[in-house]
Design a protein around this ligand. Structure first.
Ligand SMILES: Nc1ncnc2c1ncn2[C@@H]1O[C@H](COP(=O)(O)OP(=O)(O)O)[C@@H](O)[C@H]1O
Ligand SMILES: [Mg+2]
Length: 285
């Protein structure tokens, strides 16, 4: 049995966007969809409602799941759907569901949180900790560019992101733009060090080409644009997201202290990208 694509839904408009994106992805990849709504009684300071009452939170969750199913069925009738209500802490439950999912798809925001936030707490936590790829979707997304953007660096940590991005590009018949942003190190402490910028650039270019070659051989049908950008990765990727259908980044890059946290690039592009963002973490072995 293939693992499902799991969508967390709290009935918010943002979650509905996630349902739509996930329905398309499930159809594209031939995977089943599973809608999960987490009921958090503790949030109301009440450990448990009397079991006999169909409490309002559960009723809301049931409605959210039914609405999600209706949306997905109308959009992609061929996709197999299942639904589940779970009691617990949403971020924790959804993160743990990552062990049983091909990917998790979430809305950028939900029903709670502060109005000024761009990304909600559940999305932030799950994107940072789930063991599978996490896609965060904002309302208003659409596939209009036939382009997938992937951010890469010279670490092995970005290989899973490259694999995910090539697969998405192949299934979408989209161009894959591989962005490697680089900057000279800040050398205030050693200003006497001189760099030959074109030499550094060529070295960087070799890294990109070598890294992409492995994946090109696996997916020869994907049209790849190598894009070596001088600048900060967040700026380069945010700009590239402007005419992309999907932005794919690794969960952390070189210099990460631990694999368990979301790197600064991942965090920043979740906030600033103008298309859906997939955060791809190396699977724990
Ligand atoms: N209780 C929940 N059950 C299932 N999914 C949820 C739940 N709460 C949030 N989500 C998912 O996480 C997304 C982001 O919501 P969240 O991070 O809670 O934002 P906010 O802080 O604005 O409420 C939602 O669009 C939905 O996909
Ligand atoms: Mg919430």
């Amino acid at each position: 049995m293939p693992l499902p694509i799991i969508v967390g839904t709290d009935g918010s408009p943002e979650a509905t966007s996630a349902v739509e994106w996930a329905a398309d992805d499930a159809a594209r990849r031939g995977l089943p969809l599973r809608f999960v709504s987490v009921v958090d009684h503790w949030a109301y300071g009440i450990p448990k409602f009397p079991a006999t009452l169909a409490d309002p939170l559960t009723v809301h969750a049931e409605r959210a799941l039914e609405a999600a199913e209706a949306t997905a069925r109308e959009r992609r009738p061929e996709v197999e759907i299942s639904k589940e209500i779970v009691e617990g802490i949403p971020a924790r439950i959804l993160r743990d569901r990552g062990r049983e999912a091909e990917e998790i798809v979430l809305g950028s925001r939900g029903l709670g949180g502060f109005a000024g936030l761009v990304i909600g707490s559940v999305s932030t936590h799950v994107a940072g900790h789930a063991p599978c790829p996490v896609v965060v979707v904002r309302p208003g997304w659409r596939d209009a560019h036939a382009r997938v953007v992937v951010g890469l660096d010279d670490s092995a940590e970005c290989d899973p992101a490259l694999g995910y991005a090539f697969e998405q590009a192949r299934l979408r018949r989209a161009t894959l733009r591989a962005v490697f942003a680089w900057q000279l190190p800040v050398h205030t402490l050693a200003p006497e060090i001189a760099y030959d910028i074109s030499e550094v650039r060529e070295a960087r270019q070799r890294v990109v080409t070598r890294k992409l070659d492995t994946w090109r051989r696996l997916h020869p049908e994907v049209d790849v644009q190598e894009d070596l950008v001088y600048g900060h990765p967040v700026q380069a990727l945010t700009e590239a997201s402007g005419d992309a259908d999907l932005l794919v980044v690794g969960s952390h890059g070189r210099g990460a202290l631990g694999a368990a946290v979301l790197g600064s690039v991942g965090r920043a592009v979740l906030h600033h990208a103008s298309c859906p963002v997939a955060i791809v973490r190396p699977r724990a072995v």
